[in-house]
Write a protein of this length. Structure first.
Length: 184
Protein backbone atom coordinates (compact mmCIF):
# COMPACT_ATOMS: atom_id res chain seq x y z
CA UNK A 1 0.00 0.00 0.00
CA UNK A 2 1.32 3.35 -0.94
CA UNK A 3 1.81 6.19 1.43
CA UNK A 4 -0.87 8.21 -0.36
CA UNK A 5 -3.49 5.45 0.11
CA UNK A 6 -2.55 5.12 3.82
CA UNK A 7 -2.98 8.88 4.32
CA UNK A 8 -6.38 8.84 2.55
CA UNK A 9 -7.59 5.92 4.69
CA UNK A 10 -6.31 7.66 7.83
CA UNK A 11 -8.05 10.88 6.77
CA UNK A 12 -11.34 9.04 6.08
CA UNK A 13 -11.17 7.19 9.44
CA UNK A 14 -10.43 10.49 11.23
CA UNK A 15 -13.35 12.26 9.54
CA UNK A 16 -15.75 9.42 10.39
CA UNK A 17 -14.54 9.29 14.02
CA UNK A 18 -14.90 13.06 14.48
CA UNK A 19 -18.37 12.99 12.89
CA UNK A 20 -19.50 10.16 15.15
CA UNK A 21 -18.04 11.88 18.22
CA UNK A 22 -19.90 15.15 17.63
CA UNK A 23 -23.07 13.33 16.63
CA UNK A 24 -23.05 11.31 19.86
CA UNK A 25 -22.34 14.39 21.96
CA UNK A 26 -25.50 16.03 20.68
CA UNK A 27 -27.60 12.92 21.43
CA UNK A 28 -26.00 12.55 24.88
CA UNK A 29 -27.07 16.08 25.81
CA UNK A 30 -30.62 15.31 24.69
CA UNK A 31 -30.69 12.17 26.84
CA UNK A 32 -29.46 14.20 29.83
CA UNK A 33 -32.29 16.67 29.32
CA UNK A 34 -34.87 13.88 29.35
CA UNK A 35 -33.71 12.67 32.78
CA UNK A 36 -33.48 16.20 34.23
CA UNK A 37 -36.42 17.35 36.33
CA UNK A 38 -36.71 20.96 37.32
CA UNK A 39 -37.19 21.87 40.97
CA UNK A 40 -40.26 24.06 40.60
CA UNK A 41 -43.13 24.69 42.99
CA UNK A 42 -46.42 22.87 42.43
CA UNK A 43 -48.26 25.86 43.90
CA UNK A 44 -47.63 29.58 44.25
CA UNK A 45 -49.76 31.98 46.33
CA UNK A 46 -49.52 35.70 47.05
CA UNK A 47 -50.84 37.57 50.10
CA UNK A 48 -52.09 34.56 51.99
CA UNK A 49 -54.16 34.61 55.18
CA UNK A 50 -54.66 31.04 56.46
CA UNK A 51 -56.76 30.19 59.49
CA UNK A 52 -56.19 26.81 61.16
CA UNK A 53 -59.16 25.52 63.12
CA UNK A 54 -59.86 22.52 65.33
CA UNK A 55 -63.37 21.68 66.54
CA UNK A 56 -64.62 25.07 65.40
CA UNK A 57 -61.95 27.03 67.30
CA UNK A 58 -59.22 29.06 65.61
CA UNK A 59 -55.83 27.60 66.61
CA UNK A 60 -53.57 29.75 64.42
CA UNK A 61 -53.61 32.47 61.78
CA UNK A 62 -50.74 32.60 59.28
CA UNK A 63 -50.19 35.69 57.13
CA UNK A 64 -47.50 35.86 54.45
CA UNK A 65 -46.91 37.86 51.27
CA UNK A 66 -45.70 34.75 49.39
CA UNK A 67 -46.01 30.97 49.69
CA UNK A 68 -44.45 28.34 47.42
CA UNK A 69 -45.69 24.77 47.67
CA UNK A 70 -43.36 21.86 46.80
CA UNK A 71 -45.76 18.95 47.16
CA UNK A 72 -44.44 16.64 44.45
CA UNK A 73 -40.89 16.21 45.79
CA UNK A 74 -39.76 13.25 47.92
CA UNK A 75 -39.72 15.42 51.07
CA UNK A 76 -42.66 17.86 50.53
CA UNK A 77 -42.57 21.33 52.05
CA UNK A 78 -44.01 24.85 51.88
CA UNK A 79 -41.67 27.82 51.60
CA UNK A 80 -42.39 31.38 52.72
CA UNK A 81 -39.58 33.36 51.05
CA UNK A 82 -40.90 36.77 52.14
CA UNK A 83 -41.50 35.84 55.77
CA UNK A 84 -44.44 35.01 57.99
CA UNK A 85 -46.57 36.57 60.69
CA UNK A 86 -48.34 33.94 62.81
CA UNK A 87 -50.74 34.20 65.75
CA UNK A 88 -51.17 31.00 67.80
CA UNK A 89 -54.09 30.60 70.21
CA UNK A 90 -54.05 28.28 73.22
CA UNK A 91 -57.15 26.56 74.64
CA UNK A 92 -57.94 29.59 76.82
CA UNK A 93 -57.64 32.07 73.93
CA UNK A 94 -54.22 33.46 74.91
CA UNK A 95 -52.14 34.51 71.94
CA UNK A 96 -48.52 33.98 70.95
CA UNK A 97 -47.19 36.06 68.05
CA UNK A 98 -44.41 34.82 65.74
CA UNK A 99 -42.55 36.74 63.03
CA UNK A 100 -39.63 35.80 60.80
CA UNK A 101 -38.08 36.93 57.52
CA UNK A 102 -38.23 33.43 56.00
CA UNK A 103 -39.82 30.09 56.87
CA UNK A 104 -40.09 26.50 55.63
CA UNK A 105 -42.77 24.08 56.80
CA UNK A 106 -41.92 20.40 56.30
CA UNK A 107 -45.02 18.25 55.72
CA UNK A 108 -43.80 14.81 56.83
CA UNK A 109 -42.02 15.88 60.04
CA UNK A 110 -44.36 18.73 61.03
CA UNK A 111 -41.31 20.92 61.71
CA UNK A 112 -41.28 24.61 60.80
CA UNK A 113 -37.89 26.28 60.29
CA UNK A 114 -38.03 30.02 61.05
CA UNK A 115 -35.06 32.02 59.79
CA UNK A 116 -33.99 35.67 60.02
CA UNK A 117 -35.04 38.15 62.72
CA UNK A 118 -37.23 35.59 64.45
CA UNK A 119 -39.33 37.16 67.19
CA UNK A 120 -41.87 35.42 69.40
CA UNK A 121 -44.00 37.41 71.81
CA UNK A 122 -46.48 36.01 74.31
CA UNK A 123 -49.59 37.84 75.44
CA UNK A 124 -47.99 37.96 78.91
CA UNK A 125 -45.10 40.12 77.66
CA UNK A 126 -42.39 37.50 77.19
CA UNK A 127 -40.28 37.88 74.06
CA UNK A 128 -37.66 35.68 72.44
CA UNK A 129 -35.43 36.94 69.62
CA UNK A 130 -33.02 34.82 67.58
CA UNK A 131 -31.80 34.26 64.02
CA UNK A 132 -33.16 30.72 63.62
CA UNK A 133 -35.80 28.77 65.50
CA UNK A 134 -37.57 25.46 64.89
CA UNK A 135 -41.17 24.72 65.84
CA UNK A 136 -42.31 21.13 66.38
CA UNK A 137 -46.03 21.31 65.57
CA UNK A 138 -46.81 17.85 66.99
CA UNK A 139 -45.45 18.73 70.43
CA UNK A 140 -46.06 22.53 70.41
CA UNK A 141 -42.37 22.98 71.18
CA UNK A 142 -39.78 25.54 70.02
CA UNK A 143 -36.01 24.97 69.96
CA UNK A 144 -32.74 26.42 68.68
CA UNK A 145 -29.00 26.09 69.20
CA UNK A 146 -28.45 29.68 68.00
CA UNK A 147 -27.84 32.74 70.18
CA UNK A 148 -30.98 34.26 71.66
CA UNK A 149 -32.31 37.13 73.76
CA UNK A 150 -35.18 36.33 76.14
CA UNK A 151 -37.11 39.16 77.77
CA UNK A 152 -39.86 38.86 80.33
CA UNK A 153 -41.20 41.05 83.16
CA UNK A 154 -38.51 39.63 85.49
CA UNK A 155 -35.56 40.66 83.31
CA UNK A 156 -33.47 39.97 80.24
CA UNK A 157 -31.23 37.00 79.55
CA UNK A 158 -29.00 36.09 76.64
CA UNK A 159 -27.67 32.71 75.72
CA UNK A 160 -27.00 30.09 73.15
CA UNK A 161 -29.45 27.22 72.87
CA UNK A 162 -32.99 27.22 74.20
CA UNK A 163 -36.14 25.14 73.99
CA UNK A 164 -39.58 26.01 75.32
CA UNK A 165 -43.32 25.34 75.14
CA UNK A 166 -45.40 27.57 72.89
CA UNK A 167 -46.90 29.30 75.94
CA UNK A 168 -43.46 29.90 77.55
CA UNK A 169 -44.55 27.97 80.68
CA UNK A 170 -41.59 25.59 80.33
CA UNK A 171 -38.26 27.14 79.30
CA UNK A 172 -34.92 25.31 79.18
CA UNK A 173 -31.98 27.49 78.25
CA UNK A 174 -28.27 26.83 77.88
CA UNK A 175 -25.22 29.05 78.29
CA UNK A 176 -27.23 32.00 79.65
CA UNK A 177 -26.21 35.35 81.04
CA UNK A 178 -28.22 38.34 82.20
CA UNK A 179 -30.20 39.70 85.08
CA UNK A 180 -33.41 38.00 86.16
CA UNK A 181 -35.38 38.49 89.39
CA UNK A 182 -35.40 35.47 91.65
CA UNK A 183 -38.73 34.02 92.78
CA UNK A 184 -38.07 34.36 96.57
Amino acid sequence: MTLLKKNRILLIVTVITVTLFFGCESNFKEVQKINFSEFVPTGDADNINLKYTDSGRIKAILISPKMLEYGSVDFPFSEFPKGIDVTIYDNKGKKTFIKSNYAVSYKTTYIIDLIGNVKITSQDGQTLETEQLYFDQKNDWFFTEKSFKFTDPKGVSNGQGIDFSKDFKVVNSQKISGEVESAE
